[in-house]
Ligand binder design. Structure first.
Ligand SMILES: [Zn+2]
Length: 634
């Protein structure tokens, strides 16, 4: 038995997805924070018991895992299956398994992980290159298509998987594969190498994280080089323009995130990593500015990003049509990666606010209840009922309104898997002064200095009880995030404002701190510059965006002709607005006088959490509800 085949016995308490060496806040490890039964633990458990296996089966069935075997057996390119980036889905599964093993010590999962690693490792070439789609006779040469080839993007996910394993269980075969790949990248794209970048960012945060694990400066230097090169038109122009892959403006000069939303958020996350590790405040300020503008002008109520299907991209400022929301699940994950890094760097709870919004309204929305179906896009307005996808079909990515088992481009399921497996990392941080709790879930936190139990029925209920279990003798500060929507919140009965609610004192085991967040329904109106939803309101409850779904309406009532009053109330646990429907134009021409006649109602319109939509069969759905009072402004 070689070292690689021995069961892993060391599991590191401090393992965490992003581990900057400096910053305002320090992350906690996956074994320092454990979820207990509740909203997120249920989903993390579904990911562990169902989604990981589902993904593994599909990777076999679609032949994407088999591509590695085919590479070893010399059957490429003839036997190759899947798109040019399909190797990455295997790497993201490995990353998810690494976090999950680190968290749970599940030895059966560890065996499955090792079996996949052996197949991947066998396909690595002597110089460290590893990609099943390039470089063999009959395939395109290596790095001949940096715009679309995704080779460095693939290395990025390979390296992140290796980093996850090194952090959770120590360096193993996959980590060594990742290091060889990274060394190859540094040689091929270093100062004397190919002076370009990958069309899809991802290598940047991966190399920064590999630097953090190994202390090898060359990985950070290479990440920095990739960040600095981009924006100088090093890639060819394409039909969507160079903004698609953020090669239009240098990162430190850009004002806002633009282009393909996943690429934009991954690049920004990597730029924060580089800025933090090199002390580059100008670069950090640039990304911080871009985040602020993007949140103010280019983000959906759900936290979703990307409003153009054509290029999966951010639209112009305030171009946020609900029925054409692309809001890819992966872009939400990229947004969380970025916000988390900025939160660690700055300590500003605004970043945790956006993480919360995105987790509850995109990342909780995508997976099916059984963990075996997924949304790729996350529209805010479904106009026609979808169809049940065939259980054995690879779906085009945005084709169905119902969650699909797998896609021809299946980036989102594997991205969700690694995110759910490492979810606990985003709950809390420490600094020299104490412990900060950013996200609320039933959980146990046990660091080297502090311990507490968090009890809550959040987000259904707004009460969060923190019971101290371990504490230093000296006074310290417990900081609890008060979300920006939580006007009227109290801490131990005293009013607190959105931002930080802090308790500084000498704690004793058994001490209890109670935060009450008001989670009654509230009406939300959009900025008037978002033309697509002018005259509409949405209803939110705590961190949850609500929606109206056709299956909750009486027969014959058309969701798209609905008008509502700007008032919501909760009855028997269901939020209800008063609505009616109006007469559509009857002339065969969908335009006419600026008046509407009521044809039905009044009726009660029950609203459900957006993350629950499309779980009761095909339906139409909308988040933004037009106000009664006419087609023009209310
Ligand atoms: Zn995706």
């Amino acid at each position: 038995m070689t070292v690689d085949e021995a069961p892993s016995t060391t599991r590191n308490d401090k393992a965490t997805p992003a581990a900057p060496s400096t910053g305002r806040l320090q992350p906690l490890g996956l074994r320092e924070v454990s979820l207990r039964p509740g909203f997120w633990q249920q989903r993390q458990e579904t990911n562990r018991v169902a989604s990981l296996e589902h993904i593994e089966q599909w990777l076999e069935r679609a032949g994407w895992l088999g591509n590695f075997d085919a590479a070893v057996e010399g059957r490429l390119p003839g036997a190759r299956r899947g798109r040019e980036f399909s190797d990455t889905e295997v790497y993201k599964l490995l990353e998810a398994m690494a976090w999950e093993y680190g968290r749970t010590g599940d030895t059966a999962l560890d065996r499955r992980y090792r079996a996949v690693v052996r197949r991947v490792a066998a396909a690595q070439e002597p110089d460290g290159y590893l990609n099943t789609n390039f470089g063999r006779p009959g395939q395109a040469p290596r790095y001949s298509d940096l715009e679309w080839g995704h080779e460095l993007y693939s290395f990025g996910h390979l390296i992140q998987a290796g980093v996850a394993r090194a952090r959770t269980a120590g360096p193993d075969e996959l980590f060594r594969v990742a290091v060889r790949a990274a060394d190859h990248v540094c040689a091929a794209f270093g100062p004397d190498g190919i002076a370009s970048v990958c069309g899809h960012p991802e290598i940047e945060p991966a190399l920064a994280e590999l630097y953090r694990v190994t202390g090898e400066r060359r990985y950070l230097d290479q990440a920095r080089l990739f960040v600095e090169r981009r924006g100088h038109r090093v890639l060819a122009d394409i039909e969507f323009g160079r903004a698609y892959f953020q090669d239009d403006v240098p990162v430190r000069e850009a004002e806002v995130l633009r282009g393909h939303a996943v690429r934009a958020t991954y690049l920004a996350a990597g730029a924060v990593d580089v800025a933090v590790e090199t002390g580059d405040t100008e670069l950090l300020d640039a990304v911080t500015r871009q985040w602020r503008t993007t949140v103010a002008r280019r983000t959906y109520l759900t936290g979703g990003m990307g409003s153009r299907h054509q290029d999966e991209a951010f639209g112009d400022d305030f171009m946020l049509p609900p029925d054409r929301a692309y809001s890819e699940t992966c872009a939400a994950i990229g947004s969380v990666m970025l916000s988390w890094r900025l939160l660690l760097a700055h300590g500003d709870p605004a970043y945790a606010d956006l993480i919360e919004r995105t987790l509850f309204n995109v990342i909780a929305t995508s997976p099916a209840d059984d963990g075996r179906g997924f949304f790729y896009t996350n529209t805010l307005h479904q106009r026609t009922p979808g169809t049940e996808p065939a259980p054995d079909a690879l779906l085009p990515r945005a084709a169905s309104s119902l969650r699909a088992p797998w896609f021809a481009v299946s980036c989102c399921p594997t991205n969700l898997a690694r995110t759910y497996a490492s979810l606990a990392a985003y709950l809390a941080t420490v600094d020299d002064d104490g412990l900060q709790i950013h996200q609320y879930a039933a959980a146990t936190i046990r660091t080297t200095r502090y311990g507490c139990e968090i009890t809550t029925g959040y987000p259904d209920e707004g009460r969060i009880t923190v019971r101290i279990t371990e504490t230093p003798e000296s006074p310290w500060t417990l900081s609890l995030r008060v979300p920006s929507w939580a006007a009227g919140a109290t801490l131990d009965g005293r009013p607190v404002s959105p931002g930080w609610a802090r308790v500084h004192r000498r704690f004793h085991p058994g001490d209890v701190v109670v935060l009450d967040l008001p989670v009654q329904p509230r009406i939300t109106a959009p900025d008037p510059r978002i033309d697509a939803i002018r005259g509409c309101v949405a209803v939110e409850r705590g961190p949850i965006v609500l929606c109206a779904e056709s299956v909750d309406l009486p027969p014959g009532v058309d969701l798209n002709a609905l008008r509502v009053l700007p008032h919501a109330e909760e009855r028997d646990g269901v939020v209800v607005v008063a609505g009616r429907t109006v007469q559509p134009q009857a002339s065969g021409w969908p335009y006419g006088p600026a008046s509407e006649s009521v044809v039905s109602g009044p009726l009660d319109v029950p609203l459900r959490p957006y993350h629950r939509w499309a779980r009761r069969g095909p339906s139409t759905m909308r988040v933004w509800l037009p106000l009664a009072g006419g087609r023009t402004d209310p």
